[in-house]
Design a protein around this ligand. Structure first.
Ligand SMILES: Nc1ncnc2c1ncn2[C@@H]1O[C@H](COP(=O)(O)OP(=O)(O)OP(=O)(O)O)[C@@H](O)[C@H]1O
Length: 290
């Protein structure tokens, strides 16, 4: 399959820290790949190699089939790093124009502002933006050059629920129109809502890769949820959660647990059998690997 960006057998060390160990990663056209992993897993390092900001110690990075340090490879990429700063006295509109000037075929300014909810802030100096507004502007700038690939490092950190949803809409619209996205996030529901594929990094290695459903399936657990005044002792239960009257049992064999629950004398109601969430699967995978 054609790849837009890839790491092949990449290792990267910072002094004593091995940030990436023999990592293979492929980004295919039209997908939204979420790179997940606990703090320090190597996500930002992987992105910086793909963007040509660093060199691998071993293995190779490719962007549109070329070395990412070659400027011609980076022409069709837009990126938002984790931390961004703007010249305080420039207005939002001026910053957008400044970035537009670097690209041969940028999006119209008005379209960028509209897509990212920045129209009313066009004349505001960036020094007067709130943290969330700055973040929105930073993400918007990744799209200004009309790129084929957008790389977003924790794009929605610090955004309120409404801004986060609005940004998801803009990212989805871009993918719908044929764009490709690589993003990192610590919000697992964000990956669940957006990603067509997920790669989980842990201690510099890729420990899981697949669709959200495949990642959940790898954990091999389901949730049996019901209301009951006491938590019954049942066989085959890996973990129990209790909140007021609500009981959640994690199990590899939901049928067996439900049969045992019916046979027990515990009066229960509102029985549901559910898959684990991506967040729970992630915790099992990264906890297990540790
Ligand atoms: N320039 C550097 N010098 C020294 N160590 C570094 C450097 N950059 C990254 N590291 C180390 O490499 C490891 C991977 O860091 P990286 O920033 O890639 O993780 P991450 O998955 O993006 O983490 P987070 O979720 O916290 O952003 C960490 O242990 C980090 O401390």
């Amino acid at each position: 399959m054609e790849t837009i960006a890839e790491l092949v057998g990449v290792s990267k060390r910072f002094g004593a820290v091995e940030a990436l160990r023999e990592v293979d990663l492929e980004v295919h056209p039209g997908e939204l790949l979420a790179l997940l992993g606990p703090n320090g897993a190597g996500k930002t390092t992987a992105m910086s190699l793909l963007l040509g900001l660093r060199r691998p110690d071993r293995g190779r990075a490719r962007l549109f089939g070329r070395d990412p340090r070659d400027p011609s490879a980076r022409r069709y990429v837009g990126a938002t790093p984790q931390d961004t700063g703007f010249p305080q006295t420039l207005t939002v509109g001026e910053v957008v124009e400044l970035v537009r000037a670097h690209y041969p075929d940028p999006l119209p300014r008005a379209e960028v502002l509209a897509r990212f909810g920045l129209v009313h802030l066009e004349r505001r100096q960036t020094g007067g933006l709130s943290g969330g507004e700055k973040r929105r502007l930073a993400v918007a700038l990744a799209f200004v050059g009309n790129p084929r690939l957008v790389v977003l490092d924790e794009p929605t950190t610090g955004l309120d629920v409404e801004s986060r949803r609005a940004l998801w809409q803009a990212v989805r619209a871009y993918v719908h129109d044929g764009g490709t996205v690589l993003l990192t996030t610590h919000y697992l529901e964000e990956a669940e809502a957006l990603a067509t594929r997920v790669s989980v990094l842990h201690q510099g290695r890729v420990i899981a890769d697949g669709s959200v459903d495949e990642i959940k399936g790898r954990v091999g657990l389901k949730r049996v949820r019901f209301q009951a005044p006491v938590v019954p002792e049942l066989p085959g239960v890996a973990k129990v959660e209790r909140a007021h009257n609500g009981v959640t049992l994690y199990t590899a064999d939901a049928d067996q647990v439900v049969r045992a629950l019916v046979r027990s004398d515990v009066p229960f109601q509102d029985l549901e059998v559910l898959p684990v969430s991506l967040e729970e699967a992630f915790l099992v995978l990264t906890g297990g690997a540790a």
